[in-house]
Design a protein around this ligand. Structure first.
Ligand code: SF4
Length: 424
């Protein structure tokens, strides 16, 4: 997952599903039971997340962003949205409720009327659905800069779950999350957050950790608590797309991250009821239930479907949709106006990606002690770090899975006064 990316969260106890309940580290999903649908003999899916890009445009120019097209003001047309919903709902991959996440650009640079009309189109698509009762839960990932009461009305009207990208106190946030003229965005984001809080709208903060953040566990924890932020997920700054070098690639970063997370765990242990931390909860739930991750939505075909603002679609990581690579070309697999989801399975491009991803996952399963808490990782990290999907360890998985697991398991062992044991 890229810095600022929103996809990925452990199984959650929150009442409303969130975009982070899929594709996450430490998220164990049971395999689908029963015979596969005749149009889906491979048993792909089920669809958990439909990522739709309302516009590539962003009103910020964060220096760690992976997207190259964030100055492009193109807007998703409503007939493209209709076609995307139709392609998804006619497919054999829909087997229950799923989340539609507005993402990959700043969704709130479009007017509120866009989401009113889109919500009406979603309702109409569901009226045409002939299967068992189904809900499409809308979510939006935003930098919160323009959130006001009118946006809060919109979120309430359409029950849109809100994820906010916020990197902690201003001195950390404004180092990277700046406007095109170089101004910090923290004050505006905090105004948006305050509007959500006044209205009692639940939100989750995605906080990107760069090397600078790793020196400030106490400051970050205090910031979340002092500002009434109750739900946090950490994403790592990653080497991906436009961001060709992460600050976490520096030699001392792994030791700094371990120290940071160990301190954050200690602080969290003192008041776990005040802050939900995605990484801690996910691993604690896996440990408690003694379950293991077999696959992730990021590497399971059609668990995630991504549609860009021009109607191109892909599956696997959302981050793979809008990039061009020497080895694979682009990762566009079809267009919602003329390709069904099922039809792309037979294409050479899908088969090549799927074969390489599977080979990488099998190598992970055979070689990595952490497979049971990871499921084989995200293709985008593997590609950007190794220029191939057929590989195992990445810098991203060392931080997101391996070091995180070590800190949490050590913390649990200390809590339970157990002797240290290896991960398996
Ligand atoms: S090598 Fe990395 S991606 Fe592969 S299973 Fe282990 S932690 Fe996951």
């Amino acid at each position: 997952m890229a810095a600022g990316s929103t996809v990925g969260e452990p199984v959650t106890s929150a009442a409303e599903p969130s975009p982070w309940s899929v594709g996450a580290p430490f998220s164990a999903r049971p395999a689908v039971q029963g015979s596969p649908h005749p149009a889906n003999p491979e048993g792909y899916g089920p669809l958990e997340l439909l990522v739709i890009q309302p516009t590539p445009y962003c009103n910020l120019d964060c220096d760690y962003c992976y997207l190259s097209s964030r100055a492009d003001r193109h807007r998703l047309a409503m007939d493209t949205l209709d076609a995307a919903l139709e392609r998804v709902l006619e497919s054999p991959y829909v087997q229950g409720d799923f989340t539609l996440l507005w993402h990959a650009g700043e969704p709130l640079t479009l007017p509120i009327a866009f989401y009113d009309e889109a919500s009406a189109r979603i309702a109409r698509a569901l009226e045409r659905w002939s299967g068992p009762p189904l809900r499409i839960h809308q979510s939006v990932q935003t930098n919160a800069m323009v959130i006001n009461d009118a946006w809060c009305d919109c979120f309430e009207r359409h029950q849109i779950h809100v994820g906010v990208s916020l990197d902690g106190p201003a001195f950390l946030h404004d180092r990277h999350r700046r406007t095109r003229t170089g101004l910090g965005s923290h004050a505006a984001a905090m105004r948006g957050l305050a509007a959500l809080q006044r209205r009692g709208i639940h939100f989750q903060v995605i906080c990107v950790l760069t090397e600078e953040s790793l020196h400030h566990a106490d400051d970050l924890f205090a910031f979340f608590i002092d500002h009434g932020i109750r739900d946090v997920a950490f994403n790592m700054e990653e080497t991906e797309g436009e961001n060709t070098a992460s600050t976490l690639g520096r030699p001392q970063s792994e030791a700094l991250y371990t120290a940071f997370l160990t301190r954050f765990w200690q602080l969290w242990q003192e008041r776990p009821q005040d802050l939900r931390v995605r990484e801690f909860e996910g691993l604690c739930q896996l440990a408690q239930s003694d379950s293991r991750v077999e696959r992730t939505d990021m590497n399971n075909p059609f668990a995630i479907v991504n549609v860009d603002s021009r109607g191109h679609f892909s599956t696997f990581d959302p981050e793979l949709l809008s990039v061009h690579t020497e080895e694979y070309g682009d990762f566009v697999l079809g267009h919602v106006m003329h390709d069904s989801l099922v039809s792309i399975v037979a294409t050479e491009k899908f088969q090549r990606i799927q074969t390489d991803l599977r080979a990488g996952i099998e190598r992970c399963r055979a070689e990595c002690d952490y497979f049971g808490v990871c499921g084989g990782g995200a293709g985008s990290n593997k590609y950007w770090e190794h220029r191939s999907f057929d590989c195992t360890e990445t810098q991203a998985c060392r931080f997101r899975v391996k070091l995180t697991s070590e800190v949490v398991l050590a913390g649990l062992e200390t809590m339970l006064e157990l002797p240290a044991a290896p991960v398996s």
